[in-house]
Ligand binder design. Sequence first.
Ligand code: ADP
Ligand code: MG
Length: 238
Amino acid sequence: MATVQVSDLRKSFGALEVVKGVSIDIRDGEFLILVGPSGCGKSTLLRMIAGLEDISAGRIDIGGRVVNTLSPKERNIAMVFQNYALYPQMTVGQNMGFSLEISGMKKAEIDKKVSEASEILGLTPLLQRKPSQLSGGQRQRVAMGRAIVRDPDVFLFDEPLSNLDAKLRVQMRAEIKALHQRLGSTIVYVTHDQVEAMTMADRIVVLRGGCVEQIGTPLELYDHPENMFVAGFLGSPS
Ligand code: ADP
Ligand code: MG
């Protein structure tokens, strides 16, 4: 577990500034959701926290340590994407253990981590299958398993459910919430889905055009939106 502090963070691509001075204090063990319309800078912000994108200005602290110039690996975070490309030729178990294998971990240790993670995710009966033999929800679970085996301090999710059908999405929301409760990890989760934000988050950050409009619990945002944008955005669930 770790706190994540983002201080006056900025990002420009050429002359275009897409993240415009964002500050957020994420608590240890918090489930924080970044929400906002398409193109408002959610993925860019997450990728900067992950270390996959250079920052233009500002500061990121993880667990009280400035990580601005640290590699993704040195940050001890794990990211789960929307397009969770699994290795098609590998089994579920091999997919989950692969990052540990290339980091040089011993086989017995890898097997232990993979079996713990598959137990948590209900993947134990599927360990020998190939990704093509799995449903969408099962594949998404394998993608989460690949993150869990690394014992990250922080999980970053970028619209992990947007490729799933509506029914499965509802089920996976509950599973991710249960996972959070079980692991107690800090989670930063991006979605453009208002319902997802309202039902899953400890706190929600509403972004618009690269700026924070409001930060608060779902109830605070619902009962006391600071402006029309927040009211409109969260008040009309899709
Ligand atoms: P969101 O995830 O909220 O939909 P993004 O963070 O992906 O938004 O993108 C924010 C803005 O930055 C968009 O206008 C997008 O076109 C732009 N952008 C993102 N990545 C790049 C890039 N590598 N080069 C140029 N522009 C980019
Ligand atoms: Mg995005």
